[in-house]
Design a protein around this ligand. Sequence first.
Ligand SMILES: NC(=O)c1ccc[n+]([C@@H]2O[C@H](COP(=O)([O-])OP(=O)(O)OC[C@H]3O[C@@H](n4cnc5c(N)ncnc54)[C@H](O)[C@@H]3O)[C@@H](O)[C@H]2O)c1
Length: 346
Amino acid sequence: MKDVILGLVGVGRIGVMHAKNIAALNGALNPEGINVSLLLTDVAADHARGIAAGLGAGFLPSVEELIAAGVDGLVIATGTGTHPELIKAGVDAGIPVFCEKPVAMNVADALPVLDYIRDNNGVVQIGHQRRFDHGYLEAKRAYQAGELGWIHSLRAVTCDMAPPPVEFLASSGGLFRDCSVHDFDILRWLTGREIVEVYAKGSNNGDPAIGAVGDVDTALALVTFDDGTVGTVSATRYNGAGHDVRLEIQGSSRSLMVGLDEQTAMASAEAGIAFPAGEPHRTFAERFDQAYRSEMAAFVELILGRRGNPCTPEDAVAASRVADAAQESLATGVPVKVVLAAANAG
Ligand SMILES: NC(=O)c1ccc[n+]([C@@H]2O[C@H](COP(=O)([O-])OP(=O)(O)OC[C@H]3O[C@@H](n4cnc5c(N)ncnc54)[C@H](O)[C@@H]3O)[C@@H](O)[C@H]2O)c1
């Protein structure tokens, strides 16, 4: 039995959640009772010290000291702009890295990171947690087993209840890169196909501060796959009904909806229909609780050499290529071809 020490950098919105999930992994990972311990750091030192104390984790003042402490894996949950340097630091230390999506602010910034990881035999898992969500997994299984027939329409929806702080939005890369990138990833993962063109529109009817930092609060992209199949990807920051993430997959034989359950943030307009009757999710952390836990358990399995990488940097950058095209289409008002990676383009 080998114990695992994880080092976590960045305990903001998502980092705190990962820290709690890592603390909860302890001893419950598998029948052998692998012991997982956590060291964390954040430039907001007092805040991070408080989180560490609450979770029985250790605090160190810098990522350098975290790595020097001999961690077996590095979890990066800082803002997107810091991901490239921190990924490189983990690769240089020769330890597996889990980094929140995306790899970098845009594809141009991400490509040198991919080269660096490859040239230095790095192992880097990117945080597209929907790949672990039971609903998306079942949809992929059903499609690949031929139960849906051929897909004629895909409709992906990602709705936040309320916007994150404007300071976060100012450095998030835009709604498609921040939110819809999850949908772009899952559409490629589920269908096994490339999205080749995007036509995007957006609106700004909420807080004018969002427009002032160059973002939109609501957007929709029409995506075309390499076999001509069409789909839509929509996102908003203002869904008062709840945090709503769904995917409709309509096939020639059967249709499925991921995210349709008693907690779906939607009511029927038909008389006498009580479904869904539950309390809607309010945040991404609630909606994907199971997926985030499974994702972190998978990272420990990856460290232990027991499984392959569930989301490679190349996978993540492929989704970012679609997000970049969507941001460009939003800015220019015309459809934009996705620049596929050389291996995919042929
Ligand atoms: N997978 C998902 O569903 C999901 C959801 C939310 C955010 N994210 C991603 O997670 C990342 C973080 O987002 P967030 O909303 O938690 O941001 P946040 O701003 O709430 O938190 C970032 C934290 O990192 C710290 N930090 C920044 N630079 C640092 C550095 N160099 N060293 C140490 N600490 C540093 C900050 O002090 C802060 O506490 C983003 O890249 C975002 O795209 C992913």
